[in-house]
Ligand binder design. Structure first.
Ligand code: CA
Length: 238
């Protein structure tokens, strides 16, 4: 218990391609299928949320500029109810766009033009990192994490986390008792470390701890280890 088990069969994952340029969508789909993934293509931003409401996705390749509803608005809307891994795809390369995409909950960012091989490699990396944990709720020490809904529960109590809070908790929760440095945590949840500082991590952790006390009053589930970082303490009273 506790050690991270890599995604056993990444090739069975279903990748949803949200892209309004048909040729690019076909190209992405061809390469992903060749790599063994299942794919589903959506060309209009307005199709995405209804489709996700009735279907399972393991990862979403999300174009920024779309008819109907743009990628940033979609990313934000998806994150209200799901931690499904999202890679934003965009021709816009400004730092501000990338920052906004990641702040809104994207897990990685791919700039057009990209090589299809790089795209496949990024998909695999993100799935390995966040994986599919994604799909299955897990339980450690009386606490259940549901990544699809970004919720944590203990008995009848339940709290809702943001995407960043959920990812931080998930990283520590998978290895109870282990101390994680801030840079390790940053590395685990952000692909591009330049955009976050130690203080950003501290501020997310602070909010996360506050929410967790609702599940377990009087106990510090996430402990601060002076000069070292944080750890999830699994010795929970039933
Ligand atoms: Ca587009």
């Amino acid at each position: 218990m506790g050690s991270y088990i890599p995604y056993p069969n990444p090739t069975s994952a279903r990748i949803v391609i949200v892209e309004d340029e048909p040729q690019l969508a076909e190209l992405e789909s061809d390469y992903l299928r060749h790599a063994g993934f299942q794919t589903h293509m959506l060309a209009d931003g307005l199709q995405v949320l209804p489709w996700l409401a009735g279907n399972h996705a393991d990862l979403i390749l999300l174009d920024l500029m779309l008819p109907g509803l743009d990628g940033l608005a979609l990313c934000q809307a998806i994150r209200r109810s799901s931690a499904v891994p999202i890679i934003m795809v965009s021709a816009r390369v400004e730092e501000a766009d990338r920052l906004l995409g990641l702040e809104l909950g994207a897990d990685d960012y791919l700039c057009k033009p990209f090589s299809p091989r790089e795209m496949v490699a990024r998909v695999k990396t993100v799935l390995r990192r966040l994986g599919p944990a994604a799909a299955e709720p897990t339980t450690v020490a009386g606490f259940s994490l549901d990544a699809d809904a970004m919720k944590v529960s203990a008995g009848p109590l339940e709290i809702q986390l943001t995407a960043v809070e959920f990812q931080l908790l998930q990283v520590m929760y998978r290895q109870p008792g282990r101390i994680f440095s801030r840079s390790h945590l940053m590395d685990s949840i952000y692909q591009d470390q330049r955009i976050v500082s130690d203080r950003t991590i501290d501020s997310h952790i602070k909010k996360l701890r506050k929410k967790l006390t609702e599940l377990s009053p009087g106990q510090e589930l996430i402990q601060s280890v002076y000069g070292a970082g944080y750890r999830f303490e699994a010795a929970i009273k039933p």
